[in-house]
Design a protein around this ligand. Structure first.
Ligand SMILES: Nc1ncnc2c1ncn2[C@@H]1O[C@H](COP(=O)(O)OP(=O)(O)OP(=O)(O)O)[C@@H](O)[C@H]1O
Ligand code: SF4
Ligand SMILES: [Mg+2]
Length: 346
């Protein structure tokens, strides 16, 4: 393995209950070979998600949220990217080493992904009904007519008004919010066990964002799917997620049930993120901004990667990378002072 394996990250980060989690990512490393050198975009990520659970993945731009998702789904841009180590266990089967045929089946049928930009994910020259129906023709051997009927049903499911009349329309004839509903319908078509949604509402107006997110959360509960929700929006997270994993410089730095994380973060980076959002109950208090910039993946600082920006940093932080360990049951934090941070209710 070519990534820095100096200090051991504890693998099962999330206190999964009831046997093997639906998806478990262990110490995943992804690097990109660039002209300037090797960019370590994902540096030992470990997280897991259970059936019926929503895990939100949070972190600044460039922290490796999307690249992790791409490696899980097998859609990494290779080259220049490559998985440099780790495991991606889906119901216990390693998607990185399973035979090609099995991998394709699992990723094509049991897992689905929703992207931010529906317009570039849908084919502009095919009707949405055709594209939805194709899932049933290809994977379920449905006839054209059956496929069309299933497409209409799906459009109804995601509450596209007048679905039967609109089934022959093209993507550009739908609004952004409706297109994103169509993307959700596509993802749901084969009733997958896991959906990864990468900033699924970022491109939409605020009111439409809330509606689409509500729909996704509702369908997730109804189908009892595991959902990995990648988002910048801490408000959304509080409403729909069960647990949060916070990423920094290609690693998970904290995981916790949502309420616990909001009430008392156990990592200074999480604390900074929470203090930098406006809150109704904190009126008048000045907003805190985390100083400095996230590290360049070509040159990640030694020791704790957050140390150049951390208000608590001391000598040991520069020398030793903290492992991801529990400061309390069901939680993890990669900070040498995790217990003190969690107790610090300033
Ligand atoms: N094709 C690529 N070639 C080189 N580097 C890449 C490539 N794709 C991603 N990276 C690098 O990997 C790192 C992680 O990127 P990633 O897209 O996962 O970030 P992210 O957390 O999803 O950020 P955002 O919130 O902006 O979507 C970044 O530093 C990025 O520059
Ligand atoms: S280990 Fe040190 S630098 Fe890193 S987050 Fe904790 S206090 Fe800050
Ligand atoms: Mg991203």
């Amino acid at each position: 393995m070519s990534h820095d394996a100096g200090a051991a990250d504890t693998a099962d980060a999330n206190g999964a209950v009831g046997g093997a989690p639906l998806l478990e990512v262990r110490d995943l490393a992804v690097e990109f070979r660039t002209r300037e050198g090797v960019a370590r975009a994902v540096n030992g990520v470990s997280y897991s998600v259970n059936a019926g659970e929503t895990l939100a993945v949070l972190g600044e731009s460039g922290s490796g949220k999307s690249v992790t998702a791409q490696a899980i789904m097998g859609i990494l841009d290779t080259p220049p990217g490559r998985v440099a180590g780790g495991r991606v266990l889906f119901r216990g089967r390693d998607l990185l080493t399973a035979p090609e045929e099995e991998r394709r089946r699992l990723r094509g049928e049991r897992m689905a992904m929703i992207f931010q930009d529906a317009l570039s994910s849908l084919n502009p020259v095919l009707s949405v009904g055709y594209q939805l129906g194709e899932m049933f023709r290809v994977h379920r051997g449905a006839s054209r007519r059956e496929a069309r009927d299933r497409a209409v049903e799906l459009m109804d499911r995601v509450r596209i008004p007048a679905a039967r009349e609109r089934v022959n329309d093209y993507p550009h004839q739908f609004s952004g919010g409706m297109r994103q509903r169509i993307m959700i319908a596509m993802a749901l078509a084969l009733e997958p066990d896991l959906i990864i949604a990468d900033e699924p509402t970022t491109a939409l107006d605020v009111t439409v964002q809330a509606q689409v997110m509500e729909l996704l959360a509702e369908l997730q509960r109804e189908f009892r799917m595991g959902l990995i929700l990648i988002t910048h929006d801490l408000g959304v997270v509080a409403d729909v997620a069960d647990r949060i994993a916070v990423m920094y410089a290609g690693r998970i730095v904290e995981t916790a049930p949502v309420k616990e994380l909001y009430a008392a973060p156990a990592h200074p980076y999480t604390k900074g993120l929470l203090e930098s959002i406006p809150r109704l109950d904190h009126k008048g208090k000045e907003l805190y901004a985390i100083k400095g910039l996230p590290p360049n993946p070509l040159n990640i600082p030694p020791g704790c990667p957050f140390h150049p920006r951390c208000p608590r940093a001391v000598d040991i932080c520069v020398r030793e990378r903290p492992a991801l360990e529990p400061p309390a049951p069901g939680r993890t934090s990669a900070c040498h002072f995790r217990e003190e941070v969690i107790d610090d209710r300033a």
